[in-house]
Write a protein that binds this ligand. Structure first.
Ligand SMILES: C[S@@+](CC[C@H](N)C(=O)[O-])C[C@H]1O[C@@H](n2cnc3c(N)ncnc32)[C@H](O)[C@@H]1O
Length: 250
């Protein structure tokens, strides 16, 4: 891991306020993704309920998107990764406000929040612990564009990470990538061309995918006049599985 290039900026920005700091101390340990001593993470042990599907969001920023998904889909287990600790504390605040934990657990508000697990660090550290075909959806939304050519290796969609994303998706799974940087959209398409194993599902890249929840970054970009570009990829050669799943309405 020492040779791993950092894809993200600072781990901490402005001081985290007292109530969020308390969430970091009390709530995070309860919903933090814990890696096993050896072997792979057991899919069925990640959540205290039988999750219908597992989804992954890489680089959740302030966590608005993941918190909203968690609310919309209480039967889905969602893992979110974000090394920026202010973002992690922001997600905790969203979860604490919307879902709430049982009082006896945290001393915080009453309620439940059991469908999000947080990895407060680089997702690449988790890849070796994840079994094949675990996620139905993977979101990489507004990844840092690293516009300078000499930083191109840091762009998250690359030939090191694409095989992992491919491996982690179920045969019917989808990879959602969004950006509002035209250069990054071109980069994604080039990387996909080289990797070859994904096919693009959506023809109109400006059309918001179904059930789309905009991220904070997306909303800011739209207000500033930038246009989102969406990619929905699925695994090639998995058509039969997708057809089977459609028939079974999975
Ligand atoms: C431009 S921000 C977008 C945040 C959020 N997705 C949104 O749209 O509002 C990109 C985020 O990806 C995170 N990130 C970059 N590399 C990452 C990695 N290897 N693992 C997890 N998160 C990463 C950064 O810390 C940053 O918060």
């Amino acid at each position: 891991m020492d040779t791993m290039l950092r894809f993200f900026g600072r781990r901490k920005g402005k001081a985290i306020g007292a109530s969020r700091e308390r969430l970091m101390q009390e709530l995070l340990p309860k919903i933090r993704l814990v890696l096993p001593q050896k072997g792979k993470l057991a899919k069925t042990k990640l959540f205290p309920f039988k999750a219908k599907e597992l989804w992954l969001e890489i680089g959740f920023g302030g966590g608005e998107h993941i918190a909203e998904l968690a609310k919309m889909y209480p039967d889905i287990g969602i893992i979110g990764a974000e090394p920026f600790l202010n973002g992690v504390s922001s997600l905790l605040a969203h979860l604490n406000g919307s879902h709430r934990f049982p009082k006896e657990d945290t001393g915080l508000e009453e309620g439940r929040c059991d469908n999000v697990r947080i990895w407060p660090d680089d997702i690449r550290l988790v890849f070796p612990y994840l079994p094949d075909g675990i996620f139905e959806r993977i979101f990489v939304l507004y990844p840092d564009p690293w516009p300078k050519a000499r930083h191109a290796e840091r762009r998250f969609i690359n030939q090191n990470n694409l095989p992992e994303l491919y491996r982690l998706l179920t045969p019917t799974g989808r990879l959602f990538v969004a950006t509002d940087v035209i250069g990054y959209a071109d980069w994604v398409q080039e990387q996909m061309k080289i990797f070859k194993k994904f096919s693009l599902n959506n023809k109109d890249l400006h059309k918001t995918p179904e059930d789309w929840v905009p991220t904070r970054y997306e909303q800011k970009g739209i207000l500033a006049g930038r246009q989102p570009i969406y990619f929905v990829f699925s695994k090639k050669n998995c058509l039969t599985e997708r057809k089977k799943a459609a028939k079974l309405k999975i």
